[in-house]
Design a protein around this ligand. Structure first.
Ligand SMILES: Cc1cc2nc3c(=O)[nH]c(=O)nc-3n(C[C@H](O)[C@H](O)[C@H](O)COP(=O)(O)OP(=O)(O)OC[C@H]3O[C@@H](n4cnc5c(N)ncnc54)[C@H](O)[C@@H]3O)c2cc1C
Length: 316
């Protein structure tokens, strides 16, 4: 394809996005970078960020984008994404404004995808509802947690999810949580499925006891993980074939504190890569991650799988 055709296609796409944003009354911005939108604080430019404010609007936006043949990807708080340093030409659908109100109905709790997971944990704990208090220290949105079945200690979001609301054909559609496969940091949601919100079924308990358990889980986390730094949580999943966790394997290879450019293996938890400096680069974090994978493969015969999602500028 010639450059001229490329440019004219991009112009046509931009006109289409402007028209969709105006028609649906949704905020559409240009000139943002992944370095501003992800917790690792790295990653290149994004052509468009569109931020719907309610579930119906989000469903309508992705339908319109798909009808216009425009690629898009959903992003919550960006606490589990490593986007590369290139120019990302797809639309980022930011869910952070899709917060809505949490609604309580007995032991059922209805929440939208952009709501903060730590805030939800506090809200439900105060209401005397138990079942997600161990998730209180996981940064991110409810949508991000549902997408990868976030979990910590005794709790996983999938275990308490009664209904998931998804966008299909421009509409908000409810699907039973029991029809989703909730695996270890992975679910059966198809690529391109937009999660709009969920209804959780929790267990009544004494609010003081719930909040005490949440604080205990947070303290445990604070003593074993870097906090306040720029990370994406655990970089790799724990290998199913090993009784030893990935953090311990990397630690025993003496890699804590190893640095490649602006990326460092956390001296506190070896399965965390942290980035440093104003001009930190995704390239450094990726090179370090690949070096870890190669050594683990060579020395232990284990193929580490990424827990962090890698977003490449040339996909989708
Ligand atoms: C310090 C730290 C500690 C962490 N500890 C844990 C932990 O203990 N347990 C754990 O499970 N995780 C942990 N994480 C990882 C991360 O916080 C979780 O995965 C979180 O649920 C991601 O939510 P998010 O909103 O940031 O998702 P994002 O990072 O924005 O997105 C993650 C993935 O979900 C998809 N996605 C997001 N929203 C939607 C949506 N509405 N519809 C469809 N797809 C969507 C994105 O496209 C992407 O593929 C930690 C991260 C950090 C930085």
């Amino acid at each position: 394809m010639s450059e001229a055709t490329d440019e004219s296609q991009i112009r046509q796409r931009d006109v289409a996005i402007d028209e969709i944003a105006a028609r649906l009354g949704v905020r559409a911005e240009r000139g943002r970078r992944f370095a501003e939108l992800t917790s690792l604080r790295v990653g290149g430019s994004i052509d468009w960020v569109i931020s719907p404010q309610n579930e119906g609007q989000a469903a309508a936006v992705v339908h319109a984008l798909e009808e216009a043949g425009i690629g898009w990807r959903p992003l919550g708080s960006g606490s589990n994404v490593l986007a590369d340093d290139g120019e990302h030409h797809y639309v980022v659908l930011s869910l952070k404004d899709l917060k809505g109100e949490v609604r309580f109905d007995g032991d059922l709790v209805q929440v939208s995808a952009g709501y903060s997971l730590p805030r939800l944990c506090v809200d439900v704990g105060r209401q005397g509802l138990s079942g997600i208090e161990d998730l209180g220290g996981i940064p991110g949105t409810v949508g991000g947690a549902l997408w990868m079945n976030a979990g910590a200690y005794e709790h996983e979001i999938g275990k308490v999810t009664e209904i998931v609301r998804v966008a299909r054909g421009g509409q908000v559609v409810e699907i039973p949580g029991s029809t989703v496969q909730w695996n270890y940091r992975h679910t059966s949601f198809a690529e391109g499925e937009l999660l709009l919100g969920a209804t959780l079924r929790l267990q009544p308990d004494d609010p003081e006891k719930i909040l005490a358990r949440m604080e205990a889980a947070k303290s445990r986390r604070m003593s074993t993980q870097p906090h306040g730094g720029r990370s994406a949580g655990c970089f790799f999943k724990n290998p199913p074939e090993s009784i030893v966790g990935t953090g311990k394997i990397i630690d025993e290879m003496g890699m804590k504190g190893v640095r490649r450019g602006t990326a460092v293996v956390s001296p506190i938890h070896a399965n965390f890569i942290v980035t440093e400096g104003e001009n930190a680069r995704a390239e450094d974090a990726l090179a370090l991650a690949e070096e870890i994978r190669e050594r683990v493969k060579r020395e232990h015969g284990i193929e580490l799988e990424y827990e962090v999602e890698l977003w490449r500028a040339n996909e989708p």
